[in-house]
Design a protein around this ligand. Structure first.
Ligand code: ADP
Ligand code: MG
Length: 434
């Protein structure tokens, strides 16, 4: 068998129905070949988990084909095993018993299962902990139990969904290193590994090939052969690979494509975080490399990107080729005192954020200038998931409060205009202080 182990052809997936239908994956063409570690890298919500579950045969695409070793996949894929961020590990079972659990349907007898589980425990660096209970071992060790259980069944393909993201940085690094060593030394029989992650460094460290996904809908926007796997993260070649991935991720085509107004709107960036980001940029001389900023702020790129997008949307910053640069307005904002900042922010927000204007229009149309927050959330729920809708309305309220355009009462859950006298008609006529 020389063809791909798994192949997706023109795969499309949607969730929901009618107005709330969400196209998650669009025209995905992707092959996983023998002897490669493929990283699927994309921001949260780009459909990575969905894509992996399609490869595992746990969900069916709406259209397109899924082939496993050349044959159409029907139902759960028997060739794969999965590792998740939070692994289903049973507190009342020992490490050994938890690993053996993966082998219940393997056809092996009890003794063979025990032998196999012990081998895996040894291989993954858990020996000595066979009879420990989960609560007695660290988070990193528990994740190793997850790997041991998945590898025990000798899967042809190992699928990992953000398998390291619940771990602290050092623990994650150790486990990635160990996994890569096992793979390179052919100590695991697995023929290919698919790593789903939103962490650029993780993809660059593990993968032989990196597939970049955009979101809304998830599309493959680039495939990069990775030449720096296993390298020290400070190696200049490693840094330059991370840099070039960043620059692709901040290109225009990474932005949501869906034109419906509601899916293009404000990035979920709290003002406090955005202000911090702009200040840092100013300190760095108004221009910086995005990976550098992410590193300085201890942010992963999909936490940083909303801040960048928000700053761009408000006219405070420009992004080009992985660099971000403050505009003249952005510099003025960074250098201003609190009151001036609010004024600049208000002017920028009112001209750049139609959603905020719309919210104010609604409040103005009410005699008491009040409306429950839930009203706005429900409107957005037509286009977004409930959690996203809530988050977005909260961001709008956060921006509006900062700009002193509107207020929010936590107790009643109502959004309101502070000063009715100032809110008639002219949107620029808001009072500077309340
Ligand atoms: P990722 O793993 O990249 O964060 P997911 O594949 O989990 O992305 O989800 C992609 C999008 O699909 C998200 O907007 C998510 O809310 C939505 N989604 C995922 N699973 C379901 C589901 N079962 N029903 C409805 N929407 C879903
Ligand atoms: Mg996911």
């Amino acid at each position: 068998m020389n063809g791909p182990l798994i192949e997706l052809r023109h795969v499309e997936k949607r969730f929901g129905h009618g107005a709330s239908e969400l196209k998650v994956l669009e025209d995905i063409n992707l092959a996983v070949n023998r002897d490669e570690i493929v990283a699927i890298l994309g921001p949260s919500g780009s459909g990575k988990s969905t894509l992996l579950r399609i490869m595992a045969g746990l969900i069916e695409p709406l259209s397109g084909e899924v082939l496993c070793m050349g044959k159409p996949l029907k139902g759960p894929n028997p060739k794969v095993a999965m590792v998740f961020q939070t692994f289903a590990i049973f507190p009342w079972l020992t490490v050994l018993e938890n690993v053996e659990l993966g082998l219940l349907r393997s056809g092996l007898d009890e003794e063979e299962r025990r032998q196999r589980a012990l081998e895996m425990i040894d291989m993954i660096g858990l020996d000595g902990f066979e009879s420990a209970y989960p609560k007695e071992i660290s988070g990193g060790m528990r994740q190793r139990v997850g790997f041991a259980r998945a590898l025990a069944v000798n899967p042809e393909i190992l699928l990992m969904d953000e398998a390291f993201s619940g771990l602290d940085v050092l623990t994650a690094e150790n486990l990635r290193r160990d996994l890569l060593d096992l793979w390179e030394e052919h100590r695991i029989p697995t023929k290919a590994i698919v790593v789903v992650t939103h962490n650029i460094e993780e993809a660059a460290f593990l993968a032989s090939r990196i597939v970049l996904l955009s979101r809304d809908p998830g599309r493959v926007i680039a495939e990069i052969p990775n030449t720096v796997s296993g390298m020290d993260r400070r190696d200049p070649r490693f840094l330059s690979m991370v840099d070039s991935i960043y620059s692709i991720l901040t290109r225009k085509e990474m932005k949501p494509k869906i034109a419906a107004a509601e899916r293009r709107q404000i990035p979920m960036a709290p003002v406090g975080a955005m202000t911090g980001f702009i200040e840092l940029l100013r300190d760095l001389g108004s221009k910086a490399d995005l990976p550098e900023v992410a590193h300085d702020l201890l942010l992963e790129y999909d936490d940083l990107l909303p801040l960048v997008e928000a700053a761009e949307m408000l006219g405070f910053a420009r992004v080009e080729g992985g660099d971000v640069e403050l505009t003249e307005v952005g510099e003025r904002f960074a250098d201003a005192d609190v009151l001036e900042r609010k004024e600049i922010f208000r002017a920028q927000a009112l001209s750049a954020v139609p959603e905020l204007k719309r919210m104010i229009k609604v409040l103005e149309s009410k005699r008491n200038h009040r409306m429950p927050k839930d009203f706005f959330v429900e409107i957005l729920e037509k286009h977004l998931t409930p959690a996203e809708a809530l988050h977005r309305v909260e961001t709008l309220i956060d921006w509006g409060r900062y700009a002193e355009i509107l207020s929010y009462d936590e107790d009643t859950g109502q959004v309101f205009l502070e000063d009715a006298a100032n809110s008639d008609g002219d949107l620029t006529g808001f009072k500077r202080e309340s």
